[in-house]
Design a protein around this ligand. Structure first.
Ligand code: G3P
Ligand code: MG
Length: 476
């Protein structure tokens, strides 16, 4: 039986003293990669390539969102423009719930008596992040329910204090997500106070007709894009149903096939690629995105001679790297890391940096759009379509929520129920209003600052509007 000698593997039979062997380095952070098993029946073959990741050279130099500090000089982070709708689409019927008319009358009498406090209450608003602030996955963070109850009118003025939800999440229609949040949070959440990562991207429907949309559960993202007005929406499963061989490692069920809308994609010219949420099939989505980026002017099955001249644009709905979930361990990977993989793949294949656009917090376009939503929501709540002077952003991710809020001139509150687990404050993106254990503490502190240290976080249904001013009939 032939037997291999060490020389056959280009290995020195007796390594020189001090030579770096993976076996020697086992468990040592300073050495090469350790070999996991201690089997004696192995030989060590020197690597021909470095064991250090070479992804950096393939990555676009703007892969990571610069911190507030880095961005100080430039408010336009990516040097390109991001279209957003001129004004938000507001539901035709008012979404503000008036459940109890006599309570509302009593509250407005209390507000009449307390003019100054009421004016201050109408001059403030909140913008809440969702994952890691209000909820973990589909589980509400308990303190969030009380915070929202206070803002929904459970306070000494019986006044609603406007809040919007500004999330980098996405993947399903706004109506569906708001219905889900209403259930999770135990209070009504209207689409008129809700912005998910891709909501402002509806403006792109004016620029592109045929789009590949990726991400999210099942094929819900198709409905999202159709609601936004894109004329010809293609889901990756449509392409798989046309030709399953496009993705060698696909995941494609019978249910997928029933929902898919295959057609002859060899005749389709795509105008843009839109990643709206986390991919549920990295293999297929990466393959198709790369196919279209390398194609000649968005035509499937082609390859462009010049990778840049005829490349169609790619848009990502947000850039977070990790996010908190109901998983008990560290935060999970999310869309930003998927994008970085695409960038690295593109550069590895073409040698060229991929130009791309990233929406979502901390991007200015997202906050500008949030202002419009807030104005419209102010009109519904207070009949005044204006921006309040004191807006408080409550977030758990310094690099997105806090960075964007700081740049936008909002008061920023960082909570410890999500991504941020650091010390006194985040070093790169410090929250300017402070760090709080949870959202309820942030909300109470902001309300006390604007409305007085003695402001009561409870509505008293037996309040006497006339004597209320001295606090005699208010309860704690
Ligand atoms: O994928 C990240 C996203 O879920 C984060 O959502 O609410 O923390 O902005 P949010
Ligand atoms: Mg979050």
């Amino acid at each position: 039986m032939p037997r291999f000698e060490d020389a056959d593997f280009a290995v020195d039979a007796a390594p020189a003293p001090g030579a770096r062997s993976p076996r020697d380095a086992r468990g040592s952070a300073a050495g090469s990669l350790p070999i996991p098993s201690d089997a004696g029946n192995t030989v060590e073959i020197p690597a021909t390539r470095s064991s250090i990741s070479d992804a950096a050279q393939y990555m676009h130099n703007l892969s990571f969102a610069p911190s507030s500090r880095d961005r100080r000089a430039s408010r336009n982070s990516f040097g390109t423009s991001l279209p957003i709708p001129r004004s938000p689409r507001v539901s035709r019927l008012s979404s503000v719930v008036h459940a109890d008319v006599s309570r509302d009358i009593l509250a407005s009498q209390v507000q009449d008596v307390n003019k100054e406090k009421t004016a201050a209450a109408k001059n403030m608003a909140f913008a809440f992040d969702i994952d890691g602030v209000l909820a973990h996955g589909n589980e509400a963070i308990e303190e969030a329910k009380e915070a929202l109850a206070i803002l929904n009118g459970d306070n000494e003025l019986g006044i609603k204090i406007p809040y919007i939800l500004l999330t980098n999440g996405g993947g399903k229609p706004e109506e569906e997500r708001c219905a889900q949040l209403t259930e999770v949070l135990g209070c009504p959440i209207s689409t008129d106070q809700f912005i998910q990562s891709h909501t402002p991207m509806q403006a792109l429907a004016e620029y592109y007709d045929t789009v590949l949309v990726c991400g999210g559960e099942g094929q819900k993202i198709r409905k999202v894009a159709e609601n936004y007005g894109f004329k010809n929406v293609v889901h990756p499963k449509d392409i798989l149903a046309w030709d399953p061989t496009v993705s060698p490692w696909r995941s494609f069920s019978e249910e997928d096939r029933l929902e898919a809308k295959p057609r002859d994609f060899s005749k389709v010219k795509f105008d843009a690629i839109l990643v709206f949420a986390d991919s549920r099939d990295y293999a297929t989505d990466m393959q198709l995105i790369m196919d279209l980026l390398l194609a000649d002017d968005g035509k499937m099955l082609t390859r462009s001679v010049d990778p840049v001249a005829n490349r169609i644009p790619v848009y990502f709905s947000q850039g977070d790297l990790v996010f908190p979930t109901d998983h008990k361990g560290p935060p999970r990977l999310t869309q930003g890391l998927f994008r970085i993989s695409i960038e690295a793949q593109y550069k590895a294949l073409t040698g060229v940096d991929l130009e791309r656009v990233v929406y979502g917090k901390p991007e200015r376009a997202t906050y500008t759009y949030a202002d419009e939503v807030l104005k419209a929501w102010m009109e519904q709540l207070h009949n005044e379509a204006r921006l309040p002077e004191n807006v408080y952003m409550v977030g758990d991710n310094p690099a997105s929520d806090i960075c964007g809020g700081n740049m936008h001139g909002w008061n920023t509150c960082l909570v410890r129920t999500g991504v941020f687990q650091g010390g006194d404050n985040d070093e790169s993106n410090p929250a300017n209003f402070g760090v709080f254990p949870h959202v309820l503490e942030a909300v109470k502190t902001a309300l006390r600052k604007e409305l007085g240290q003695d402001f009561k976080f409870k509505w008293n249904p037996k309040v006497n509007p006339v004597t209320h001013g001295d606090g005699a009939s208010a309860v704690e």
